[in-house]
Write a protein that binds this ligand. Structure first.
Ligand SMILES: Nc1ncnc2c1ncn2[C@@H]1O[C@H](COP(=O)(O)OP(=O)(O)O)[C@@H](O)[C@H]1O
Ligand SMILES: [Mg+2]
Length: 261
């Protein structure tokens, strides 16, 4: 069997510190961990084991690619993080809160700290771009006078101001995904999760979407993206967490899609 690196050996939060950061005690605040999985195993009701003892830590401001072959468990990680599924064993912590023990009434509040997009966009076909994005705020009871500027702001971020009054069916695939990204951002999430967001897009458009996610990360949002897109991952050189058969087999900073040693 090939040697695999243990779960998170290469990663130290201190590597996120600016090299010129002064070394005074008041500045050495530890990096906040947005997301942590500890010893997570997930078995589905049909007996299928999707994750086996996964440990993962994502500090504030990180940009992480979650890679691995189809069936490796990437979407299961994401479903646990958005609490669509519960772990069979282990802990899933968002900002230190155990998602598995969250009271039902606290779920929406916690879910709002996360923005999520999927491969198939999931837009409402009969609502305009503006309304698809604004709807996410309407359902949480945000007053109209706050919705309008918030929607305008995120449409500017994703570059869709000119398409605000179009329906999803009148948009290209890339524009539909940018609408979904705007919708995911409109709550000002701390964490942005994307499950194969470029899976239905051609290479040029995929590249634009990645650039957009990098910009969102620069604005201070922690980003986790599950992807098969080896070219993009290798070109961008960020942290890569690789899953195989439900286990983390690699966790490397500034990495390529495939192991290089
Ligand atoms: N709802 C489910 N019920 C049963 N098995 C599932 C379910 N969702 C995923 N699986 C299985 O769990 C494993 C991991 O799936 P998934 O997390 O979707 O992987 P990936 O996103 O990396 O392709 C696969 O074997 C898959 O068939
Ligand atoms: Mg998947």
């Amino acid at each position: 069997m090939a040697m695999v690196s243990p779960a998170t050996p290469d990663f130290k939060p201190s590597q996120n510190r600016r090299p010129d950061a002064p070394d005074r005690p008041e500045d050495s605040v530890p990096t906040r961990i947005v997301l942590a999985m500890q010893g997570v195993t997930k078995s589905y009701p049909n007996g299928r084991v999707a994750l086996r003892g996964v440990d993962l830590m994502i500090p504030e401001g990180d940009f992480v690619f979650l890679v691995g072959p189809s069936g490796a468990g990437k979407s299961t990680v994401i479903k646990l993080l958005i609490r669509e599924e519960l772990p069979t064993k282990g802990l899933v912590l968002l900002d230190g809160r155990d998602l598995g023990r969250l009271k039902r009434r606290d779920v929406p509040k916690v879910r709002r700290r996360i923005g999520v997009v999927f491969q198939d966009f999931k837009l409402l076909p009969n609502k305009t771009v503006r309304d698809n994005v604004g709807f996410a705020l309407e359902v949480t009871g945000t007053p109209r006078r706050q919705i309008i500027p918030a929607v305008d702001r995120v449409l500017r971020v994703v570059g869709l101001t000119g398409q605000a009054d179009q329906l999803p069916g009148q948009l290209s695939g890339g524009e539909q995904q940018r609408t979904a990204i705007a919708r995911a951002l409109v709550h000002n999430p701390r964490l942005f999760i994307a499950d194969e967001p470029t899976g239905n897009l051609d290479p040029v458009i995929s590249w634009e979407i990645i650039q957009l996610l990098l910009r969102i990360n620069e604005l201070g949002v922690t980003v986790l993206m599950a992807t098969h897109n080896a070219d993009v991952v290798t070109a961008v050189r960020r942290r890569v967490v690789a899953l195989e058969n439900g286990r983390i087999v690699r966790d490397e900073l500034g990495a390529a899609y495939h192991r290089e040693d």
